[in-house]
Design a protein around this ligand. Structure first.
Ligand code: ATP
Length: 368
């Protein structure tokens, strides 16, 4: 039985429809990440699950119980907010205890839970400090601790890491992931950061414009994006896309990219819906799958020889942006230890492995 069910959810603000007939199930013990650009409706969905916003239509079930009309405190979940929402006048201990005030527990049990959470989150030395005397990361741990002490089955996180610097974010990512593995509780985590989603989730629901575009494991989302939106939202730099025309001859299938004249060999691609001769498709090529060098590579499905517009160096990697001949750019990422960094205007020869293409229908933008 799934732990959480969103059934035919509709959400309107006045005449604006934010979510229309959304269905989603979250399994018991799963770490589900709601991922999407700003304004796609992920916080609204989380708030409705928490009971902080009403649904316009549909139902929400948690642990087999219809909670659609229940108060937040009766839903059996705990939430961690982006803003931490700590009480500035209370100590860390006071903040942790406050989460338990509605549960009517005896003092010994409250002390036990506070000590357990503080120990787990390594804030046991900070219990007598006020939030103003803590670093951002420590405050975030207190906010997580306040959710943990409630001892519920479902935890909700709304962009909890976005106020932290890059290093701390990386550390907290790992901590939250370890916490999930230790506690084995269900987590629904909202973020617009693809790296957070890819590193922490058991499954990711990618949203855009109020619609779930794909729900799958991080590997599946990266390897087999369901449509062009998902393909370009996941991966950095974003997947390159080339408009091409399918050519079928003598049982072989390829696609021709007119601006570069490149013939893209699709014989190793497993189509879910085989295109016809002359069909317009979009060929996706991830920057990290290119190799430098031309001709004669057994695994190559496409070759290009293109001038460099500019390059970007990020530590060990270099991304070269090549002129694709139609006003666009093709990003190619490679390890600069093994290749020299090309200069602006220099011609670079590259090839792409034939088992790594992603092919989308040009009109529907769905994977084919
Ligand atoms: P972000 O990452 O920026 O928080 P999000 O994906 O969480 O974005 P939501 O906050 O869920 O997006 O908002 C979804 C849509 O609903 C947006 O277009 C937003 O403008 C709209 N919206 C949210 N709250 C209200 C409201 N109270 N009244 C009207 N429209 C709203």
């Amino acid at each position: 039985m799934p732990e959480i069910e969103f059934n035919n959810i509709v959400k309107r603000f006045g005449r604006v429809t934010v979510l229309e007939d959304l269905n989603l199930q979250v399994d018991d013990g799963e770490f589900l990440v709601l991922l999407g650009p700003s304004g796609c409706g992920k916080t609204t969905l989380l708030n409705m699950l928490a009971g902080l916003q009403e649904v316009t239509g549909g139902s929400i079930v948690i642990g087999g119980r219809d909670v659609t009309d229940l108060d937040p405190k009766d839903r059996g979940l705990a939430m961690v907010f982006q803003s931490y929402a700590l009480y500035p006048t209370k100590t860390v201990r006071g903040n942790l205890k406050f989460g338990l005030s509605v549960q009517k527990l005896d003092r010994a049990e409250i002390e036990r839970r506070v000590a357990w959470a503080a120990n787990l989150l390594q804030i046991d030395k900070l219990l007598d400090r006020k939030p103003a005397q803590l670093s951002g990361g420590q405050r975030q741990r207190v906010a997580i601790g306040r959710a943990l002490v409630k001892n519920v089955d479902v935890f909700l996180f709304d962009e909890p890491l976005s106020n932290l610097d890059a290093k701390l974010r990386t550390e907290m990512r790992l901590e939250i992931k370890q916490l999930h593995q230790e506690l084995e509780k269900t987590i629904v985590f909202v973020t617009h950061d693809q790296v957070e989603a890819m590193t922490m989730a058991s499954r990711i629901a990618v949203m855009n414009g109020g619609v779930i575009q794909q729900i799958a494991t991080p590997d599946e989302i990266y390897e087999r994006p369901a449509n062009l939106f998902v393909a370009q939202f996941i991966g950095s730099p974003a997947m390159n896309t080339l408009k091409a025309t399918v050519e079928r001859a003598d049982g072989s299938v390829s696609a021709v990219h007119a601006p570069t004249g490149a013939r893209i060999d699709l014989s190793a691609y497993s189509f879910s819906a085989a295109p016809k001769d002359g069909d317009a498709v979009i060929v996706g090529l991830r920057p990290e799958h290119f190799s430098i060098g031309c001709n004669g590579h057994a695994d190559a499905g496409a070759y290009f020889s293109l001038p460099v517009r500019y390059t970007e160096k990020t530590g060990s990697d270099v991304t070269a942006f090549l002129d694709s001949g139609d006003g666009g750019l093709i990003a190619v990422r490679f390890d600069h230890k093994h290749h020299h960094v090309p200069k602006m205007g220099e011609m670079v020869e590259i090839h792409f492995p034939k088992d790594r293409f992603d092919i989308f229908d040009a009109a529907s933008e769905k994977r084919i």
